[in-house]
Write a protein that binds this ligand. Structure first.
Ligand SMILES: Nc1nc2c(ncn2[C@@H]2O[C@H](COP(=O)(O)OP(=O)(O)OP(=O)(O)O)[C@@H](O)[C@H]2O)c(=O)[nH]1
Length: 341
């Protein structure tokens, strides 16, 4: 997980600290008049030690000229790690304003100061509109039954598996669930969800392929009402003849079924494509949150940051494998610690 970004950050650390050390050595030599002893440095360990201790004891003020060297490299790493352009800009600006004038304390490395602050900026982005799905679900159930959750997003990203994972999570908390086969566009989508329903031992409401998905989900809601089932989890098409068809269909589903939560599902390995899709679905139907799948196979890690930023909606869960229990509640600290190691 996140191998590529980890390697880049580690190279960044080395480079920044080496350059900072060189700069400090130079200043120390000049100021302490040890320039004359420079040629002796290699021969005389005491002079070398003296230089090292001068460097460690020196406080450094991080100014714009230092930031001009450091930030572009960091921006490049973030861009290459699927953090979208606008988001990188915002992170960089924020970092500059937080770091400008900061003193690097004795014994601290410059890269630690910069990367610690970067972690704080990223946590602020990821924690905006933080949302606890489990708490929300309990609260919502006190108001109404069934609670209706719509899953939107393109095919192939793990949407069906994610619906099954969420169903399992709710069932583990003692809730009952019915699935709605709302992707009536694609041959195979209904059977695929049905397989999950069978494995989970829950009912799935379906109509034939090509039928109106709003009607399928409406029937699932009626079924849940009559049986006292807690949650309706509804699949939707991820692709249609045109984008307009898809958006019209989702708007109709929303109008008819009045979902309590709309969850966008995409895979973190899709990077910028996933970010664009998140924006598209958010504009089209207004998403309440995102579930990112396939984090376990993602070498970069920036997609979550970008999607949280561009949609201004929380990341709810992360998919970290193919099993039903491979769904973890999103936690910004968990993600950041895994990226920064
Ligand atoms: N490694 C990994 N694989 C996952 C994860 N979530 C789903 N998958 C796999 O991704 C593949 C696609 O998942 P589906 O749930 O079938 O995807 P879908 O979005 O419903 O796509 P369609 O089948 O095209 O409708 C399957 O092989 C899943 O097992 C995850 O978090 N990690």
């Amino acid at each position: 997980m996140f191998r590529a970004i980890k390697e880049k950050l580690s190279a960044f650390r080395k480079k920044v600290d080496q350059e900072a050390e060189e700069e400090l050595k130079e200043e120390a030599r000049e100021e302490q008049g040890v320039q004359a002893a420079e040629t002796e440095e290699r021969k005389a360990p005491d002079v070398k030690e003296k230089l090292t201790s001068l460097i460690l004891k020196r406080e450094v003020v991080i100014d714009d000229s230092k930031l001009d060297k450091i930030l572009p490299e960091l921006e490049m790493i973030l861009l290459e790690s699927d953090v979208a352009f606008d988001v990188v800009d915002r992170i960089s600006e924020e970092l500059r304003s937080r770091l400008r004038g900061r003193r690097k304390k004795i014994g601290e490395s410059l890269s630690d100061v910069v990367l610690e602050e970067l972690k704080n900026v990223l946590k602020d982005i990821l924690n905006q509109n933080a949302f606890d799905f489990d708490e929300w679900a309990e609260r919502k159930l006190e108001e109404k039954r069934p609670v209706v959750i719509l899953f939107v997003g393109v095919n192939g990203t793990g949407k069906t598996t994610t619906i099954a994972k969420v169903a399992r999570r709710l069932m583990n908390s003692g809730h009952s669930v019915v699935l709605a086969a709302g992707d009536t566009f694609r041959a195979g989508a209904i059977e695929q969800l049905e397989e999950h329903a069978n494995r989970l031992g829950v009912k799935m409401i379906k109509h034939r392929q090509g039928s109106d998905p709003a009607a399928v989900i409406f029937d699932a809601i009626k079924h849940a009402e009559s049986k006292g089932i807690d949650f309706v989890l509804a699949d939707t098409a991820g692709r249609m003849h045109t984008k307009k068809n898809l958006i019209d269909q989702l708007e109709k589903i929303k109008r008819v079924t009045k979902p309590d939560l709309i969850i966008f599902v995409d895979e973190s390995i899709a990077g910028n494509d996933a970010i664009e899709r998140a924006e598209m679905f958010n504009e089209a139907v207004g998403i309440d949150g995102t579930i990112l799948t396939k984090l376990d196979a993602d070498p970069k890690g920036g997609t979550a940051i970008s999607i949280a930023y561009v949609t201004s909606r929380p990341i709810l869960f992360l998919g970290v494998g193919q099993e039903y229990d491979d769904l973890i509640k999103f936690d910004a600290d968990w993600l950041i610690e895994r990226i920064f190691g």
